[in-house]
Design a protein around this ligand. Sequence first.
Ligand SMILES: C[S@@+](CC[C@H](N)C(=O)[O-])C[C@H]1O[C@@H](n2cnc3c(N)ncnc32)[C@H](O)[C@@H]1O
Length: 234
Amino acid sequence: MVKVYLIGAGPGDVGLLTLKAVKAIEKADVVLYDRLIGDEVISMIKDMGKELVYVGKENYEKGCERQEEINWMIKKYVDEGKIVARLKGGDPFVFGRGGIEIEFLKKHGISFEVIPGVSSINGVPTSAGIPLTHPNVSSSILVVTGKEDLKKFYNFNGTIVVLMGKDKLGEICMDLIDAGRSPETPIAVIENGTLKNQRVITGNLKNITEIVKKEKVRGATLIVIGDVVKFRYG
Ligand SMILES: C[S@@+](CC[C@H](N)C(=O)[O-])C[C@H]1O[C@@H](n2cnc3c(N)ncnc32)[C@H](O)[C@@H]1O
């Protein structure tokens, strides 16, 4: 019998929660959820009468320590005989430490099932009307976090998607220009993608940092870089 469901909740919009995810949540007694789970997803789970426990990570530096606490919290609920739904933003295996959680569960002999989610990687650009590939301009996608050294990819000329890159935007743009991308390369910064307060800010490698500063971007942000941004609709 499955004791823990590791569930991808999608990028925020409750409509992007999969049917499989909802069915797993229905089976759970307690739901442990991360920071970027959409408010409407949380309201839906409240209405289902489930016990909700927030286990978000506020500070990246404390990530490992916090992760350890979360692992033991999951075990505590399982030891109490509860079925746990562990709800993660997007897909649990995309920059979400899902791999660490299943390692822990395996080590402690706890049965689990992983339920894929719509990742922000594709859900957010599509919701912003930006195709990640386009036959005329890009047939490949590079997905990185803001910590990545983009100069390594100087040969790559397809679409680049950056997660957790807001605070490094200036550096990312400079690195790409240094690596040979044109300063005119289009770029989109998408804040709170798929949600009602979604904002799409566009520019190019030369001017986007200034624009984003003026716009006071504060929410979860995903960056799309490349000529595909020109094909944005809406
Ligand atoms: C720790 S990563 C987790 C990614 C997640 N597992 C996934 O598959 O989307 C969190 C980052 O994903 C991006 N992200 C997640 N949801 C987003 C949203 N609704 N709008 C914009 N970016 C989002 C942001 O870059 C955020 O800092």
